[in-house]
Design a protein around this ligand. Structure first.
Ligand code: HAM
Length: 419
């Protein structure tokens, strides 16, 4: 039996890559003063039906639980976050800077970069309506991409403003209940033939296409770009009014991060959702908010295709797997002494492995090499001395067993970890 379509097995090498991605997500978040939270994997179906909008509504993994409740696996975090904040915000100082690293489930039509589960870093600022919060959040997104090794030639954050479009639509003779539909056409315009977009826009085609061709001005987005410029990050961003985002809850600034080559779907996306928390608390908690999410699938593909980012990832993966020493048991009567040393080294926080059953010495050395151990420590005829072999330089040394710990901790490759 295989995993379901769109679901991944994480073999140790995949897990190591995932650990690296998660570690970067957490490290950069903390650099910006964000704290980690999490919510439930399963929620009341209504939460997503009402708050995520039509597209995600159709992709829900939903079912009835044994208690007869209609529930769904989370397709995104924002409704859960808004629900949690609506209930608990009084206990926290504003603005709240929160992040999380949840797994998401969407029954999507599978394409490159699109699976039915993915991990999605979420980062949100709650309780601040100002443009500085917008700048701070987009800066996290940019710095996150930089931390993986991407430069301004590799990635770009395209920034827009739904308010700009709402004001435009207000100026047109279009009933308010058709605004969302028009925004969706604009959102898809880049991926569809121009004639199709024009046909769907009807009378609005001419002015909308003019704006999409670069004919729109937004003072707010100008200030936002100034904020990024102050931080030296403006070259990673551009104003692009063609971005409106598919999710229904956005109210203001929206943005998406892409690879410059436009080979992949969006790496990240987000925006301001100033009404969502109020809606979920029946108006008792009225808190402005802005956030974004970055998926691990597109990010992973992008790293594979970028030499610098890939090298950085591979170095981190190798570091994670590093083994300090492999204890080679050449004479089975020394097994007890060897295991005592294995434990003593582990007590000192060294990473040590040894053969669980009698094994030929050659195979043990082979295994030590495969595991990438720095040193092999041989227990054999030399006892009460042990032979320490540096597996990188191939140098060997005989060391009295009572000096082994001191000897290992003096060795450059081992001294960093042991305590
Ligand atoms: P989203 O644009 O739906 O936003 O998803 C954010 C990112 O998650 C996407 O840019 C993409 O990298 C990744 N992603 C989404 N669906 C899939 C999939 N099926 N397979 C692989 N990767 C995927 C949101 O979810 C918003 N809740 C973000 C947000 C946070 N807004 C405010 N705060």
């Amino acid at each position: 039996m295989q995993a379901l379509p769109g679901f991944r097995d994480f073999l140790p090498s995949d897990c190591a890559v995932r650990n690296y991605i998660f570690a970067q997500w957490r490290e950069v978040s903390r650099r910006y003063g964000f704290v980690e939270y999490d919510g439930p994997l399963l929620e009341d179906l209504e939460l997503f039906k009402k708050k995520s909008g039509d597209e995600i509504g159709k992709q829900l993994y939903d079912f009835t639980d044994k208690g007869g409740r209609a529930v769904a696996l989370r397709p995104e975090m924002t409704p859960t976050l808004a629900r949690m904040v609506a209930g608990a915000h009084r206990d926290f100082r504003k603005p709240m800077k929160w992040f999380c690293v949840p797994q998401m489930f969407r029954y999507e039509r599978m394409q490159r970069g699109r699976l039915r589960e993915h991990y999605q870093y979420n980062c949100d600022i709650i309780g601040d309506a100002g443009i500085e919060a917008d700048v701070e959040l987009i800066a996290v997104c940019i710095d996150m991409l930089r931390s993986f090794g991407f430069g301004a030639d590799d990635v770009v954050v395209r920034i827009s403003d739904r308010e700009f479009w709402v004001e435009f639509l207000r100026g047109q003779d279009l009933p308010e209940d058709q605004w969302q539909q028009t925004l969706e056409v604009i959102d898809k315009s880049e991926r569809e033939p121009r004639e199709k977009t024009a046909a769907r826009l009807g009378e609005l085609a001419e002015p909308v296409l003019k704006i999409l061709d670069g004919g729109g001005q937004s003072e707010k987005l100008g200030r936002l770009m100034d904020g990024l410029r102050q931080r030296g990050l403006a070259e990673f961003a551009t104003v692009d009014l063609g971005i409106v985002r598919g999710l229904a809850y956005y109210t203001g600034v929206v943005f998406e991060a892409f690879d410059r080559g436009r080979n992949l779907r969006a790496i990240a996306g987000g925006g301001r959702y100033d009404n969502l928390i109020a809606q979920l608390s029946d108006g008792t908690a009225s808190l402005p908010a802005i956030g974004f999410a970055m998926g691990d699938v597109v990010l992973g593909e992008l790293m594979q295709n970028h030499a610098g980012a890939r090298a950085k990832m591979e170095a981190a993966v190798a570091r994670e797997r590093e083994l300090d020493a492999y204890v080679v048991i050449a004479k089975e009567e020394r097994r007890g002494d060897a295991i005592a040393v294995v434990q003593a080294l582990r007590n000192q926080h060294y990473r040590v492995d040894y053969p669980l059953s009698p094994t030929k010495v050659g195979r043990q050395f082979q295994h030590a090499e495969q595991l990438g151990a720095h040193a092999a420590v041989l227990f054999g005829d030399e006892w009460p001395q042990v032979k320490v072999k540096d597996l990188a330089t191939r140098e060997e040394q005989l060391v009295p067993q009572e000096e082994l710990l001191a000897h290992l901790s003096a060795s450059a490759s081992l001294s960093s970890r042991g305590r």
